[in-house]
Design a protein around this ligand. Structure first.
Ligand SMILES: O=C(O)c1ccc[n+]([C@@H]2O[C@H](COP(=O)([O-])O)[C@@H](O)[C@H]2O)c1
Ligand SMILES: Cc1cc2nc[nH]c2cc1C
Length: 337
């Protein structure tokens, strides 16, 4: 029996989310004000330190245990020719992650993150969403529960990413289902489709939106009908992190689309989430704006795998090095302005 046995169980868990610890956040804000720098001069690094303090419930937050989790899934919609790469690359890349040969292996190491890879039935693609819901309730709840339970309660930070050929089409369909608009507005080039591929993606997304029009008012139904197992797992992991008050770093377009239903289900549902970067996938910027998330990095990356999110962990570490390690004006004998 999965942790969430029914959609109602899951809906309940999403509607009763813990909030930031205002005392710890305020203590961190006061500390930022007495460190040896003009107030505000560390820009967003200050805000990052205060938010991490609030979610961890400590004036001086830590990044001792950083857990990066990459979820992998396979998509029936790949049969529609929506990716520049064949569907078998998903399993091949999962093997490459295990062997240590992927970009994320290097970026996780460089960021001081432990990497887990969680394949979700990758030998069983979800249904093509133009023909049927991608997942039935059981498959959806199992994937959400797996993602939820992949989050270690003692982690200081959760970093999320994915691998799944075809999933930029899936993410675009989910984003359109949640926020409105058509395939043309949300489709991008993903792994590098040409103009004909991009047109096909837009059409496939529109077909999915038409087929599942009756479900678009329910964010969980959107994720089940138009999403995929790795997106459902990212949603579950984002929810688990929130329930344990662990801050989360989101990766690219696919990861952001996967987490988005939580913001739709509960106001402030993604307040514990930091957008690690904005990817080169055309609609990522639009999606981040719809969620009022401001990305830390804009490096033209479009890999997925938690790569941009892991890179952003280095910024979080630097923010905390200053916050925890700097001297105050009084300690250093520096005159205040
Ligand atoms: O998340 C993003 O911003 C992103 C942008 C472009 C590509 N990807 C990755 O590329 C794969 C999906 O691309 P595609 O063309 O097969 O839909 C999948 O494995 C993602 O991790 C991811
Ligand atoms: C090689 C390759 C690596 C990836 N990593 C995440 N998505 C990917 C897609 C491809 C095609």
């Amino acid at each position: 029996m999965p942790r969430f046995a029914t959609l109602d169980d899951l809906r309940r868990a999403c509607s009763d989310l813990p909030l930031i610890d205002p005392k710890a956040a305020e203590a961190a804000r006061l500390r930022q004000g007495v460190l040896t720098k003009p107030p505000g001069s560390l820009g967003r690094l200050e805000e990052i330190a205060i938010r991490l303090a609030g979610w961890q419930g400590k004036e001086r937050p830590a990044l001792q245990r950083v857990s990066a989790i990459v979820f992998a899934g396979s998509h029936g919609v790949t049969a529609r020719g929506v990716s520049a790469f064949p569907a078998e690359v998903t399993a091949q890349m999962v093997a490459n992650f295990a062997a240590g040969g992927a970009a994320i292996n290097q970026l996780a190491k460089a960021a001081g993150a432990e990497l887990s890879v969680v394949p979700l039935d990758i030998d069983k693609p979800t249904a093509d969403f133009t023909q049927a819901p991608a997942m039935d309730d059981d498959a959806f709840l199992t994937a959400v529960s797996t993602g939820h339970d992949a989050v270690a309660q003692d982690a200081d930070l959760i970093v999320l990413g994915e691998m799944g050929i075809g999933n930029t089409t899936v993410a675009a369909a989910v984003a359109a289902g949640l926020f409105g608009g058509n395939g043309g507005e949300w489709a991008g080039r993903g792994t590098g489709v040409d103009d004909a591929g991009l047109k096909r993606k837009a059409e496939v997304i529109d077909e999915g939106l038409t087929r599942h029009a009756g479900r678009l008012g329910d964010p969980l139904a959107v994720l089940a009908a138009l999403g995929g197992r790795e997106l459902a797992a990212i949603f579950g992991a984002t929810l688990a992190a929130r329930r344990h008050r662990i801050p989360v770093v989101l990766d690219g377009f696919v990861c952001t689309a996967a987490a988005a239903p939580l913001a739709k289900l509960s106001a402030g549902g993604l307040d514990h989430a930091i957008a690690g970067h904005v990817s080169a996938e055309a609609a990522h910027r639009r999606l981040l704006e719809a969620l009022s998330l401001s990305p830390l990095l804009d490096l033209g990356m479009r890999l997925g795998e938690a790569s941009g999110a892991c890179l952003a962990v280095n910024i979080l570490r630097s923010a905390l090095a200053c916050h925890n390690g700097m001297a105050s004006f009084a300690e250093a004998g520096v005159s205040e302005g």
